[in-house]
Structures are given as C-alpha cells and as structure tokens.
Write a protein that binds this ligand. Structure first.
Ligand SMILES: Nc1nc2c(ncn2[C@@H]2O[C@H](COP(=O)(O)OP(=O)(O)OP(=O)(O)O)[C@@H](O)[C@H]2O)c(=O)[nH]1
Ligand SMILES: [Mg+2]
Length: 196
C-alpha cells in the first residue's frame, strides 16, 4: 500500500522533530504512522523518537545522509525513497513523516519523494526571517512558525511577523505554533486531515 508522505524541512533546531513527535501522538490512534528522519552523521532524531513515541520502533527509520541535507530530499532522493519503500512493504503505514536534516532557507523537497511538505522556522531565529524569504518558506505546502512562546524573550513582535508571513506566503497557508500550546498544534492536524 502506498502511504501519504509528508515532508518536514527547516533550519537546524527549528523544532521539526518535536512537531513530528507531537503530531504522531495526536494522530497515532487514528492512522498507522511511520517516520523517516535524516541527520548528516547520526541517527539521533530516529533514536529520540524511538525512545519517546509509542509506535513500534521498527516503524521509525534514521537515514544518515552523509552530506548536505537538501541533497537527500531534493537532488538524489534514493536513500529516503528506499527507506519509505521498505516501510511501506513491511508495515503498510497510511502516513510517513519524512524529516529532513536541518538546513538553510533554500531547502525544498522533491515531489517524487513526498506528497506535501511543511517548512518549519522558529521565532527565536529572528522575526525578520519571513522578509528574507527563501524557497522553502515561499514554496512549501504549509509554513509553520514555531516557538511562539519564546517571542517575548527574543524581542520578536509576533503581529509584525504574522504580517510579514502573510505577505511572503500570499494565499498559501501558514500556522503559528508552540509545543506548549496543544491547541495551536491542532491547527496542523486540521490541515493534515484535510489533505489526507
Ligand atoms: N520553547 C520552545 N522550545 C521548543 C519548541 N519546539 C521545539 N523546541 C525545542 O527546540 C529544540 C530543538 O527542537 P528539535 O525538534 O530537535 O528541532 P529540529 O528542527 O528537529 O532540529 P534538527 O533536526 O537538529 O535540525 C529542542 O530543545 C526542543 O525542545 C517550542 O515550541 N517552544
Ligand atoms: Mg530533528
């Protein structure tokens, strides 16, 4: 069976793994979920998720890309494609989350690997990121602006940032979230369920 594949990309530390963990927790009783994570030199994110998620650990696979993260999700997708195909053959998941390694603002996914992708930035990286644009932020199917709880500590004006995101995204969707506010994550679930 072919799974719906959802890519998650974004700069280093923006919260991709945390979002995969939380979405999986919110969806695991409704859908059979598998996960592919990418790190350059390790399987760190896969090991973390295997420890913290209550889904079979064999359904979480770490890919060591060995080089630029965007290469493995856009230019030569063979390692990730193989990981997804093996998960589909063994477990027939309905959803596979494919987390890219953290990368720069120009990162995009190949649609030969995934069906839809989210791009995750966070407010602590700077409120001006939406004005700096970048292909990932502009072209992704859903832009997530994470860590809104930190805005007050890093002097980011969320209203201004929201306005800049609106301008950058034109009519494409975006959601501001925080891991500390489950209701904000429910909005990602609504988007996911709609595309599923
Ligand atoms: N305060 C706060 N911290 C967060 C939030 N989301 C994630 N974090 C923290 O940010 C750090 C990085 O989160 P990860 O989920 O590992 O980020 P990542 O994008 O997967 O990182 P890489 O895979 O290394 O690029 C962790 O310490 C998380 O606990 C949030 O909404 N608020
Ligand atoms: Mg990660």
């Amino acid at each position: 069976m072919r799974a719906i594949k959802i890519g998650i990309a974004g700069p280093v530390g923006s919260g991709k793994t945390t979002i995969v963990e939380q979405l999986t927790n919110l969806l695991k009783d409704r859908y059979k979920i598998a996960i592919v994570t990418n790190d350059i030199y390790t399987k760190e994110d896969a090991i973390y998720l295997q420890k913290h998620l209550q889904i079979p650990s064999e359904m979480i696979v770490g890919v060591e890309t060995g080089g630029c993260p965007h290469t493995a999700i856009r230019d030569d997708i063979s390692m990730n494609k193989k990981a997804c195909e093996e998960l589909e053959a063994k477990f027939a998941p309905q959803i596979i989350f494919v987390e890219s390694g953290g990368d720069n603002l120009s990162t995009t996914f190949s649609y030969e690997l995934i069906d839809f992708y989210m791009y995750v930035i966070d407010v602590a990286q700077g409120g001006d990121i939406p004005r700096k644009k970048g292909a990932g932020l502009l072209l992704c199917d859903l832009l997530i602006v994470n860590k809104t709880d930190l805005a007050q500590y890093v002097d980011v004006d969320l209203a201004l940032m929201q306005n800049d995101v609106q301008v950058a995204r034109k009519n494409k969707p975006f959601i501001f979230v925080s891991k500390k506010d489950i209701s904000s994550l429910e909005k990602i679930i609504e988007w996911l369920v709609a595309i599923l």
